[in-house]
Design a binder for this molecule. Structure first.
Ligand SMILES: Nc1ncnc2c1ncn2[C@@H]1O[C@H](COP(=O)(O)OP(=O)(O)O)[C@@H](O)[C@H]1O
Ligand SMILES: [Mg+2]
Length: 624
């Protein structure tokens, strides 16, 4: 399963996402609000300390030092809003120590309300995308050829349709939400931090990462050392297993000393690498603490100076530190996104691979509609193979309208394959099949398959009601028509006795129906479809003789007036056929009527004499 489209999954996923862009924009607006409210929250922390708790320079409402002119636009704007709120609180007689915490609480609540809506909206897009994608994939799946189904692994299909699709949901729901929210918050909080105190922000966000580089470097070297340490222990393992396998050689060559040296050398290499790992590990946390200490000392020294010079307040410093902490989660979320996206893309690739895989049997662009079957089906020099071995060879065959043609032959002769070519479950590898002179490959699949009813040996019923199984695919079928089909298939009396009659679910509990009953429902289904061409593939071979009798009568009703291809073991069926085809290892060995073939002394005669055919239901045969 490979195709060009599946290598470019992102644009195709975006098409699915794009259907919900209105909702995505709404979610984005909500996220912007969340980030903005985070900044308002940080600003109020500042005010809580300076203004409400009175740590700020007395008499200054600004809290940003003695020169409010220097305040950045963002701060000035927040300041104006805050001043308005404060004076409103003053009018209401609410002191700052109550008003500011209440404002903080209101901000917190508003922020979380927005966060609720944005998360709900984006995750909603994720599941909607998954629903659409899964529907599309299933639609494509239904169009795959019989060959696809016989080769596909159920586990693989399930994992593509279920867990791969799920991965996309999480990437385009949760992860995308976290990413967008993270980016917005990082940007706004950085703007706030730089507005609050550019020097301090520069120190923390530009200089500090440089100071912390040694830690990054140490961690990287630690990873490398740990890796080669694992490699070395692998080397020791290899030596050991060699010794175990080769101990006899070692002994007879008397090379114990040599091997011991070799081992000691490998062991020593492991020792050295591991010692390096331990050293780097031991260095990590002290290094971190010392460097963090240096950073903090620098920060407080600088901040202290700023506060002393009246460029910043204590509240400003606390708010700044809070801003740094607020960055932790968004940064983590943003860095996780790439991984999630990669996983989602590889899942998407697997789904699109499935969707795009060749549908080998499909309508040609100029396919014609077959009219009602009126003259003949013709196999013209048809050969077929599934893989390397030919299963059918150079078959020529004409079946006229109204004929009943029996196909007999040893198991594996190719009988099922022969009839499967008619509804185009497979196409002939060579040669062609025509219906009323039209090559099946030039006809639409729908107009071809509409004309064919099939009853096979293993009955497939769906997990729905008896009525829905009979009128399969036609939910608004009239009750009488369903009953008539069931009656002709001798299914009505047992269906009526089911707990809920025709509304009883039959598929979910296979044990509720006997093999013969299931088969009669399948026959009712074919009767209801009322197709002019009928394929019966050993429809009675799995049944005991009692149910076989009823099923045979049902089949007789079904065959009435139709063109039938019947693969059978029952002598009665075979004998009644207008013509019998004897298939042997993919070739048409003989054909003719029962009497003709018996006199010919060929394969048919041999099968007949070996009692290949069963004839235990002569009683049923005696009936019309
Ligand atoms: N889906 C398939 N893939 C590969 N080989 C198959 C498939 N179906 C049938 N065959 C092989 O084709 C041959 C004919 O099978 P089939 O038409 O089922 O024979 P019959 O119905 O006469 O018993 C057998 O050798 C069988 O193993
Ligand atoms: Mg078969």
């Amino acid at each position: 399963m490979e195709s060009n489209g599946s290598r470019k999954p992102l644009p195709r996923l975006l098409v699915y996402f794009g259907r919900y862009r209105g909702r995505a924009l709404a979610a984005l607006a909500m996220m912007a609000a969340v980030s903005a409210l985070t900044v308002v929250f940080l600003f109020l922390v500042n005010k809580l300390i300076d203004d409400a708790l009175g740590a700020g320079a007395s008499g200054t409402l600004t809290g940003f030092g003695k020169s409010p002119r220097a305040a950045a636009p963002l701060i000035a704007w927040l300041q104006r809003g805050y001043a308005a709120m404060r004076s409103a609180a003053d009018h209401a007689g609410l002191p700052a120590r109550l008003a500011v915490p209440l404002l903080l609480l209101a901000t917190l609540v508003a922020k979380n309300v927005c966060s609720y809506f944005s998360e709900f909206a984006l995750n909603g897009i994720g599941i909607a995308m998954v629903r659409d994608l899964r529907n599309d994939a299933y639609r494509q799946l239904l169009r795959k050829s019989a060959r696809f189904y016989s080769q596909a692994s159920t586990g693989d299909l399930l994992s593509r349709m279920l867990s791969d699709v799920e991965q996309i949901q999480s990437a385009f729901g949760t992860r995308l939400a976290d990413f967008a929210q993270g980016v917005l918050t990082i940007l706004l909080v950085l703007v706030y931090a730089f507005s609050l105190n550019p020097g301090l922000a520069f120190g923390v966000f530009v200089i500090a990462p440089i100071v912390l580089l040694p830690i990054v470097d140490n961690t990287r070297r630690l990873g490398k050392a740990a890796f080669s340490s694992r490699e070395r222990i692998g080397g020791i393992g290899a030596l050991l297993s060699e010794t175990l396998r080769g101990h006899r050689v070692i002994k007879t060559y008397g090379v114990e000393e040599f091997e011991a040296d070799r081992f000691a050398e490998a062991n020593d290499r492991y020792f050295r690498v591991t010692r390096r790992t331990i050293r780097l590990q031991a260095l990590n946390s002290p290094l971190m603490e010392v460097l963090a200490g240096i950073g903090l000392v620098g920060l407080f020294a600088y901040a202290g100076g700023q506060i002393e010079q009246g460029r910043m307040t204590v509240g400003g410093l606390v708010s700044f530190l809070a801003a740094i902490m607020m960055l932790y989660k968004p940064l983590k979320d943003v860095t996780k996104t790439n991984m999630a996206l990669q996983i989602a893309l590889s899942s998407a690739r697997r789904i699109f691979e499935l969707v795009d895989s060749e549908t080998e049997i499909a309508d040609k662009p100029d396919a014609v509609d077959l009219g009602a079957f009126s003259r003949a089906i013709r196999y013209e020099d048809v050969s077929f193979r599934y893989g390397d071995d030919w299963v059918l060879r150079n078959l020529d065959l004409t079946i006229r309208r109204g004929e009943t043609v029996a196909i007999v032959g040893p198991s594996g002769a190719g009988k099922t394959t022969l009839v499967n070519l008619l509804p185009r479950l497979y196409d002939p590898t060579e040669g062609r099949i025509t219906l009323d002179g039209v090559d099946l490959k030039d006809a639409t699949l729908a107009s071809l398959r509409r004309q064919i009813g099939i009853v096979t040996q293993d009955t497939i019923l769906f997990d729905t009601s008896a009525r829905e199984n009979v009128a399969y695919g036609r939910p608004d079928a009239p009750e009488e028509a369903v009953r008539a089909a069931a009656a002709a298939a001798f299914a009505d009396e047992f269906v009526d006795r089911l707990p809920e009659g025709y509304e009883t679910r039959v598929g979910e509990d296979a044990g509720r129906l006997s093999g013969g009953q299931k088969q009669r429902l399948a026959i009712a289904r074919a009767l209801y479809k009322d197709a002019p061409i009928l394929i019966l593939d050993e429809a009675t071979s799995q049944l005991d003789s009692e149910s076989e009798a009823l099923v045979s009568r049902a089949l007789a009703n079904l065959m009435e007036g139709r063109t039938t291809l019947v693969i059978a073991h029952r002598l009665s069926t075979v004998r009644r056929a207008d013509r019998i085809l004897v298939l042997d290892r993919g070739r048409l060995a003989e054909s003719g009527t029962h009497a003709e073939l018996l006199t010919r002394n060929g394969l048919y005669r041999r099968l007949h004499d070996m009692q290949f055919f069963v004839e235990k239901d002569e009683a049923a045969e005696a009936r019309p």
